[in-house]
Design a protein around this ligand. Structure first.
Ligand SMILES: Cc1cc2nc3c(=O)[nH]c(=O)nc-3n(C[C@H](O)[C@H](O)[C@H](O)COP(=O)(O)OP(=O)(O)OC[C@H]3O[C@@H](n4cnc5c(N)ncnc54)[C@H](O)[C@@H]3O)c2cc1C
Length: 560
């Protein structure tokens, strides 16, 4: 056994760091573990902002925030969790400010708030268009200030269960090689999303859904896995995100005829309709021949150079560097890209999973506050509020738990398994399978879903999983063996894809991100106002259902 803690937090993005701070402040011996340096975590890429009903731009309150979130979720969000998020968000934002988060300001010095899609009031607090970068730096400062140990560049591969509870993790030391056992009384997964399941995505290379599959392999359920959000403005061809903040500031979406086509899809909300609605509208324009080279255009020109330079400086830079377009003078080519996984590890409002001692928070979790469609600005808020809550409960439970140890046998078995993989001399290279998976997920499980395509994707994944059994890692070394870790990540991705397809086929309706216009074009509350829940039965995914928690908002028809 290599190390032991009260609380181990796996993942050092906004959710993981916020959880670790809370556990530390409660008096726990807590450590963070991350496959990349904390400030390189993907939270740092968040641009547009974080939602809290501060009421600084217009009349607002947590109840309104909750209502918008419920409605935006297409009524699949759990309303108890949503109410907690929206009620606790303002204090959490002020705490970030007190720690040094430099939010953009109003004229009279309060935190400024911009309009975001499907929000009834301008409620997105922001730091220009680098909000995630600012938050991650501030949280890391708090980690350093507390001297919280970080297992940096450790790749968590297997959670370990002993006696019916999670007792820690086995992680590969990326710098030196070798498997390390880290025991913990409670473990919090904060490993982020799985956008790399798709070829066109806003997510970084590290977003491979590791935590979801690690939990799945221990019998923990994944919820609403079919709900992958496509963001409507990702830069062609790279998939780099163009923030919703640009539409919040007034940008238009145009088709090849220069028409603001959203007037035909969302005549009231227009460019501020929710992401699922705009992504479908764009895809329809592109599919029906009104796009330009597979894109539509995001036009900022009328905002004027001064506003673009002040509020959307980073957006301009991204457009110039990655698409060769200066938005002061020309519209930006954009299209829908995989962005955010509303699905994830099934947890309660304290972050607890069904396995004792195991928690999840942030994008890896499904609490569920986003339901079938996440509102922009709510994900960062979720990382902070539910990261904090998971840290508090995990430390509390750890204080009441006797010492736990990763059993020696678990270490030996896993070392032997890794060695078998490294000893293999012939076989297929992982990247081929990874590319095929990402391309076919995009084709067959994208913005629009068809029964035959989803079935086909199920068969493709089965074949890819068979090929994965013979995958070969060419690098046999110990130091920064990306070949090995990418092979392990591919294993995670394949199982997640399988879960998504099974859940997608079962949901025979259109709701939020799950759009089936060809066979089930309508939302069906009678049969499907419930969560899909997938567990792994040894060989493949097994589907079940779980009710949605409704506190006060009964499902109503969404208007745009
Ligand atoms: C481009 C972009 C812009 C966005 N903009 C906004 C926005 O403006 N507002 C908003 O609310 N939301 C936004 N989102 C969504 C939001 O940023 C994310 O959902 C959120 O930051 C995820 O945070 P997290 O802490 O859960 O995960 P991450 O920040 O992704 O952190 C994951 C951590 O887990 C670690 N990890 C993963 N696997 C392993 C492993 N096997 N072993 C060890 N460590 C591991 C990583 O190293 C990392 O430290 C945006 C998302 C993207 C992609």
């Amino acid at each position: 056994m290599d190390a032991s803690h009260d609380v181990l937090v796996i993942g050092a993005g906004c959710a993981g760091m916020r959880a670790a701070i809370e556990a530390f402040d409660a008096g726990a011996d807590v450590a963070l573990l991350s496959k990349i340096h904390p400030t390189r975590s993907h939270s740092g890429a968040a641009e547009g902002g974080i939602n809290a009903a501060l009421g600084n731009a217009s009349e607002d309150n947590p109840e309104l925030h909750a209502y918008d979130t419920v409605k935006g979720s297409d009524y699949l969000g759990d309303q108890d969790a949503i109410e907690i998020l929206c009620t606790e968000a303002p204090d959490d934002v002020y705490e970030l400010e007190n720690w040094g988060a430099v939010f953009s300001r109003t004229e009279d010095g309060r935190i400024a708030q911009r309009p975001f899609g499907a929000a009834g009031a301008p409620r997105t607090a922001y730091a220009a268009d680098i909000t995630g970068h600012v938050l991650i730096q501030v949280l890391y400062e708090q980690i350093v200030r507390r001297n919280i140990p970080v297992y940096e560049e450790y790749f968590a591969w297997k959670l370990v269960e002993d006696g019916g509870r999670c007792v820690g993790v086995l992680a590969w030391d990326l710098l030196h090689g070798g498997l390390k056992a880290i025991s913990a009384k409670t473990t919090i997964l904060a490993t982020g999303g799985a956008g790399r399941l798709y070829v066109g995505t806003t997510n970084a290379y590290a977003c491979t859904g590791d935590g979801m599959t690690m939990a799945l392999r221990l019998g923990v359920a994944l919820k609403d896995m079919e709900m992958m959000q496509f963001h409507p403005t990702t830069l062609a061809p790279t998939g780099v995100l163009i923030t919703e903040g640009s539409r919040g500031e007034g940008a238009f979406l145009l088709n090849k005829d220069g028409e603001r086509f959203l007037k035909r899809y969302a005549p009231n909300a227009m460019e501020l309709a929710s992401r699922d609605v705009i992504s479908r509208a764009e895809q329809t324009e592109i599919d029906e021949g009104r796009g330009i080279d597979g894109n539509v255009m995001l036009d900022l020109r009328h905002l004027g150079a001064a506003k673009i330079l002040e509020r959307l400086h980073g957006t301009r830079e991204l457009s110039m560097v990655f698409a060769g377009v200066d938005p002061i003078y020309d519209p930006i080519p954009v299209r829908p890209g995989a962005h955010y996984h509303m699905g994830g590890i099934d947890t309660d409002v304290l972050g607890r999973t069904s396995l004792e001692g195991l928690y999840a928070a942030g994008e890896v979790a499904c609490i569920s506050v986003h339901g079938a469609n996440r509102l922009g600005g709510n994900a960062l808020m979720e990382t902070i509020t539910f990261g904090r809550r998971a840290g508090a409960d995990a430390s509390d439970v750890a204080f009441r738990t006797p010492d736990t140890r990763v059993p020696e046998s678990a270490v030996r078995d896993s070392e032997a398994e890794l060695q078998r993989l490294l000893d293999r001399r012939d076989g297929e290279r992982p990247w081929r399978i990874r590319d095929e998976l990402a391309e076919t997920m995009h084709q067959n499980f994208g913005v629009f879903r068809r029964e035959d395509q989803m079935e086909e994707q199920g068969r493709i994944i089965e074949a890819l999983r068979e090929r994965y059994e013979r995958v070969v890692v060419e690098d046999k070394g110990d130091v920064f063996n990306n070949d090995l870790t990418q092979a392990l990540e591919l294993g995670f991705l394949l199982e997640l894809a399988d879960c998504m397809v099974v859940a997608g086929l079962a949901r025979k309706e259109s709701r939020g991100a799950h759009a089936r216009p060809y066979d089930y074009p309508d939302r069906d509350d009678e049969n499907f106002l419930r969560h899909t829940v997938v567990t792994w039965n040894g060989d493949g995914p097994e589907l079940d259902w779980k009710p949605v928690t409704i506190t006060k908002w009964q499902p109503a028809v969404r208007t745009y």
